[in-house]
Design a binder for this molecule. Sequence first.
Ligand SMILES: *Cc1c(COP(=O)(O)O)cnc(C)c1O
Length: 402
Amino acid sequence: MSMPPIARFGREYLAIPGPSVIPDAVLQAMHRGAPNIYAGALVDMAATLGPDLKRVARTVGHVAMYIGNGHAAWEAALANTIAPGDTVLVPATGRFAHGWADMAEGLGAEVQIMDFGKRAPMDMDQIEAALRADTSHKIKAVLAVHVDTSTSIRNDIHAVRKALDAAEHPALLMADCIASLACDHFEMDAWGVDVMVAGCQKGLMVPPGMAFVFFNDKAAQVRADMARVSRYWDWTPRANPEEFFMYWNGTAPTHHLYGLRTALDIIHTEGMEAVWKRHALLARAIWAACDAWGSTGPLELNVADAAHRSVAVTSLRLEAPHATALRDWVEHNLGLTLGIGLGMAPPGDPAWHGFFRLGHMGHVNGHMIMGLLGGIEAGLIALDIPHGTGALEAAAQVIGKG
Ligand SMILES: *Cc1c(COP(=O)(O)O)cnc(C)c1O
């Protein structure tokens, strides 16, 4: 680096698509001594988490909490519903569907993948056709990722339900909302989702370590009909605990519970509709800036049609090796960390350095997004990467005019 990092020291900003920025109030809530896990304040408080989580998911169904990350939620959802030999249909629009499919395969499922590439959403007609073709109803569940965090494609989960209904297919609709919950509009019950998985470290703004599986009565019946479910993943005692320890099948994630309580307070004080609106506005500001940069030069939004873009994460293309150079520059010089280009090119391939991502999920507001965009602009200038002008102006117009 030719320039010393004279503009680096100050509050750093981790703008990657998870883990996300942690609110100070969440950190402060977690900063305490070890609480009693058998009785008292923690036990009483934990009982308030389920109802408030369900308000975020927009469901009157059930929720099971686990100590784990998003991968744990994937496995938990499958362990309760899919037996070895069962078939699952996995429409893929990026890396994460393949990850969930791989987990299903590890549990002995027959996996039927429909790959829609890395730049387009699921094609509902093809999904409906696949379901109609399954006349013997071998497919037990459709595993649908709402927002794929590698490509930043957002899929229409309600339309998957419509495809299932049109085909009169009884398979469960399981949605991965790990990147979208509390960012992008999502309605578990109204959209006919039977099982939904989430983690705490993205839109829910808590350090990684808790996973959630939401499920309705139809999914509970599928669980009840399973010949065997591993004790640890079984969602039944976790969703209806007679004793506090049953929530977690052992010791509670004590400090995460305090963090989660505070995060849910922040979310419900703002209000779900307002949370969605904020994310949508800030995403539009980012897209406007990207369009301006991309008007000349190599920068390009991965998803061309704004209707199919996530409002929580943005995947960008920036001709190798520019993307990696830009990430390195803004981190070293500005204390701003951008996301790597996950799943767009094989690691080790020179093309890998042509992709990066912006995380804008959870605890982010207008000045943070303007700072993020200003940092990128400084990097493009410093590295002589060709780009169009007027990006910050375009973003400010969006935020200023709404
Ligand atoms: C982050 C993410 C995961 C994986 O979560 P981990 O906590 O890293 O295990 C799965 N699916 C989606 C859509 C994600 O964004």
